[in-house]
Design a protein around this ligand. Structure first.
Ligand code: SF4
Length: 434
């Protein structure tokens, strides 16, 4: 029997060859252990303990089991059909958002330079499929930086709820809310970039001045991540009672959608994303790699945006040092102790040290997938070390070639704060509870 209970994954035991890769990924990389071997000999099977449904376990929906499964016995739960149906309905405005890590993974499939951003081609492909608007999630990553850095400074000033724990990775949020409940108040209240983009876009089109035809808006987000499918359904991902993100499509599904349309992706001319939410700063783009959130926050805190300042930030320890990176930066007379972690088994190590009082930090950034979203559970699989490094490099290159580096200098972000967001910042950009 198929297990379709998860919002992100489908498990088909008929395809399982008992290699145990998923068991090891879940246990050794993520420290969760939602899957294990049961029975012996010809009866042997991989399953959650007591043959529970996957949704009844502590699975965080990160999809790393799917990345390492060689047969498709664990696959992405697809939402392509729902997206096609919305695109076919003339009474619906279908809006796409594209996460940073997607743009450095799609090109591989078409034999394009590994890790090179193909954002412009993706935008063109989505316009051809019929998406009315195509926005860039690095724009809402800028919003996340604005809100999260303000929240961070406020907590430092008050000396409360430290360390601040980042909240943009839903698999990490599920991990902490399941396993470290006492640290829930430390989670940033900021919605993820996916959540902010969808809430803001729907609010924008609720205004009849921006939607004279009175069309319904459907948000489709293109993500490197299977856990984002779960986040979209979380009770705090609704505004005015409406689900903010309607459908989450992973990079792998995007490649399938391009194939279904017969578009010659490699031949497409690049197009720019749409205004008003189609431009993100360099700080927003690097969100897709571990350390990116922290680096963007530091850029916001440190005055100046000259080359030397940005290089000094990049070299402060945020980009190098493996899956657990510790460093300090001086800020207004104090040393801010920061830890950047990727991989949930590593997150557990750090959280245990914090709990035991062995380590004290002001800020901890955690991404469930090792190396961050560039290696998310919805990305194309079979990526070796070279591909992993090139995807990170691709995002840093996209940052290098973006004219605006700091979130607080993105003019579209500033315009939004002076317009639509006035008095609605908390309502549209924050979670009231986890
Ligand atoms: Fe998703 Fe990124 Fe978290 Fe992986 S690290 S679960 S891709 S948000």
């Amino acid at each position: 029997e198929l297990d379709t209970s998860s919002p992100s994954l489908v498990r088909d035991p008929n395809k399982c060859i008992l290699c145990g890769n998923c068991v090891r990924a879940c246990e050794e990389l993520q420290g969760i252990g939602a899957l294990g071997f049961a029975f012996r000999g010809t009866e042997a099977m991989v399953m959650p303990a007591f043959n529970k449904k996957i949704a009844e376990t502590e699975c965080v929906n990160c999809g790393q089991c799917r990345v390492y499964c060689p047969t498709g016995a664990i696959a992405i739960k697809t939402h392509m059909d729902e997206a096609w149906e919305a695109l076919a309905d003339p009474n619906i405005r279908v809006v796409a958002q594209i996460a940073p890590a997607v743009r450095v993974a799609v090109g591989d499939h078409y034999g394009l330079t590994k890790g090179k951003s193909v954002m412009g081609k993706i935008v063109n492909a989505l316009h051809r499929m019929g998406f009315d608007e195509v926005y860039d999630t690095s724009f809402s990553a800028d919003l996340t930086i604005m809100e999260e850095s303000a929240e961070f400074l406020d907590r430092i000033k008050k000396g409360e709820k430290l360390p601040l724990l980042t909240s943009c990775c839903p698999a990490w949020v599920k991990f902490i809310t399941d396993q470290y409940k006492e640290y829930i108040p430390n989670l940033s209240t900021c919605r993820s970039p996916q959540g902010m983009m969808s809430a803001v876009t729907k609010e924008w089109f609720r205004d009849p001045a921006n939607n004279p035809e009175g069309k319904k808006t459907v948000m489709v987000s293109f993500m490197p991540c299977t856990a984002k499918k779960m986040e979209a359904k979380r009770s705090n991902s609704f505004t005015h009672g409406e689900q903010d993100t309607d459908y989450v499509i992973t990079t792998t599904e995007l490649i399938d959608m391009i194939r279904m349309t017969g578009i010659e992706f490699a031949e497409l001319e690049p197009e720019s994303s749409d205004i008003p939410f189609g431009f993100g700063s360099g700080g927003g783009v690097i969100f897709g790699v571990t350390g990116g959130v922290t680096e963007a926050v530091i850029r916001r805190l440190v005055p100046g945006h000259d080359k030397e300042t940005l290089e000094a930030i990049a070299e402060c320890g945020v980009r190098d040092g493996g899956f657990i990176r510790e460093f300090s930066i001086p800020y207004e007379g104090i040393d801010l102790n920061i830890c950047v972690v990727s991989g949930l088994a590593n997150a557990r190590t750090v959280m245990e040290q914090v709990k035991n009082g062995e380590k004290e930090y002001h800020l901890i950034e955690i991404m469930a997938c090792r190396r961050g979203c560039i290696m998310g559970g919805g990305q194309p699989t079979r990526s070796g070390d070279r591909t992993k490094a090139l995807r990170a490099k691709g995002l840093y290159n996209a940052d290098n070639t973006t004219i605006i580096k700091k979130s607080d200098e993105n003019p579209l972000v500033l315009e939004l704060y002076n317009g639509l967001l006035k008095g609605k910042e908390h309502h549209l950009l924050h979670n009231d509870s986890y």
